[in-house]
Design a protein around this ligand. Structure first.
Ligand code: ADP
Ligand code: MG
Length: 397
């Protein structure tokens, strides 16, 4: 698709390399509880330092909304990065200014440093030119390894890339190459599974997807919203009622484009979102008004499995149910295992993305058999829609 630059195209020796990474890791008791994102960035850092670069890591954590929020400091991430690399990582207590200047000024070739949370500055999400210039002053080269934030035009992903020689890091490169190989010219029929909790943010994606794929299989809170739009009572289910009109539009646009919208026919309901909550399977016409749908039911699972078997390509974002709590993981596990079996048998190319989706596929024991698993959620979906990702476009000039 695109001809983005990689670190093969740059001479980094003796240079200050600003490396945008996505190290927005889950944190528990002040420590990263899952270091996947840290570990996946290590190869780029090691290659750059081996080639004599000074590597200055630039990343965000949480949503501090342009304010200094002490709980959202990157200090514990820098500590975890140091242990992943097996070497010191200097830490600057601000992203720009005196502290950043001092830390970067003290670096020798091959050193690694991390700057404080880039979202402590309002200029980051505003893609502010002056803020990007302050960042650019700290480096000679920009390398972006944060595919998962590439759908957002922020100062550290977009404006900065236009101020310095810029290239994709190895992780960004791997994501783009793998997605291109699996989905560049997808073999039809193509199915998309879209589920999970982030209904409104994924609605627009569905509209565009309906023009690209043959079938959209909807699960999770997204399915509840569509069922509600079709006039079903969804009780106290996770459902964005103000999205009902949008859902109807998507159903209409899908029909025009020959894309089938697949909704559950039965659901597993409970009174509360809790592990082993008392539950029953009901038809979508019979959801009690004091219960919530937490998973798809057995008839829906059988339907999904049959449909996956009829497809050649699958893209998946969002679980079918509350997969973190038993027994509401059954729908997601069954569909994931079916997709994994079909992929292993060579009849399906399967690509999945999204933080919770990946966790769900790992939990289902299905992740290893998928054709490709992306670290990204939103960026993954926008890439599939065929949208230009601002963070990638900035590496193409
Ligand atoms: P991803 O991170 O893969 O993009 P989301 O964040 O959109 O996915 O959705 C994942 C979340 O959706 C999970 O926490 C899961 O418990 C929740 N979820 C899925 N189905 C339901 C449901 N029916 N009711 C409540 N929560 C649900
Ligand atoms: Mg999520």
């Amino acid at each position: 698709m695109s001809k983005f630059k990689t670190i093969d195209d740059l001479d980094v020796s003796g240079k200050r390399v600003l490396l945008r990474a996505d190290l927005n890791v889950p944190m528990q008791d002040g420590k990263p509880s899952d270091t996947t994102r840290i570990d996946r960035t290590v190869p780029t850092i090691n290659e750059l330092t081996k080639r004599g670069a000074k590597v200055i890591i630039l990343t965000h954590f949480g949503r501090p909304n342009g304010q200094v929020v002490p709980d959202l400091t990157l200090k514990p991430v820098a500590v975890a990065m140091a242990s992943a690399l097996g070497r010191d990582v200097a830490f600057a207590t601000d992203t720009i200014g005196d502290s950043a200047n001092a830390v970067v000024g003290a670096m020798k070739d091959g050193d690694v440093a991390m700057l404080e949370n880039v979202r402590f500055h309002a200029g980051e999400t505003a893609n502010d030119d002056a803020f990007a210039s302050s960042l650019a002053a700290l480096g000679d080269i920009f390398v972006n390894d944060a595919f998962s934030t590439a759908h957002r035009a922020h100062a550290s992903t977009e404006a900065l890339a236009r101020k310095l020689p810029a290239a994709a890091g190895r992780l960004m490169q791997a994501e783009l190459e793998a997605l291109g190989a699996a989905l560049g010219t997808p073999v039809k029929p193509v199915a998309a599974v879209v589920g999970g909790a982030k209904v409104s943010t994924k609605m627009e994606v569905l509209g565009n997807l309906s023009k690209k794929v043959d079938m959209i299989i909807i699960g999770g809170g997204m399915a509840n919203t569509f069922l509600y739009a079709q006039g079903h009572d969804v009780g106290i289910s996770l459902c964005e009622k103000d999205m009902a009109e949008e859902a109807k539009k998507i159903i209409a646009s899908a029909a025009e484009n020959g894309c089938e919208i697949v909704l559950p026919v039965d659901v597993v309901v409970a009174s509360e979102f809790a592990a082993n909550a008392e539950n029953e399977t009901v038809s979508i016409d019979a959801i009690p008004s004091d219960k919530m749908a937490l998973d798809i039911g057995p008839a829906s699972i059988a339907d999904v499995e049959k449909r996956l078997a009829s497809c050649k390509t699958l893209v998946w974002n969002g679980p079918f149910g509350a997969f973190e709590i038993e027994p509401f993981d059954v729908g997601t596990n069954s569909a994931a295992q079916a997709a994994a079996r079909l992929t292993k048998a060579g009849s399906l190319t399967s690509v999945a993305g999204g933080g919770d989706t990946v966790a769900a596929l790992i939990q289902a024991g299905a992740a290893d058999d998928f054709s490709y698993i992306s670290t990204a959620g939103g960026a993954f979906l926008e890439w599939i829609e065929g949208k230009t990702l601002p963070g990638v476009a900035a590496l193409e000039d």
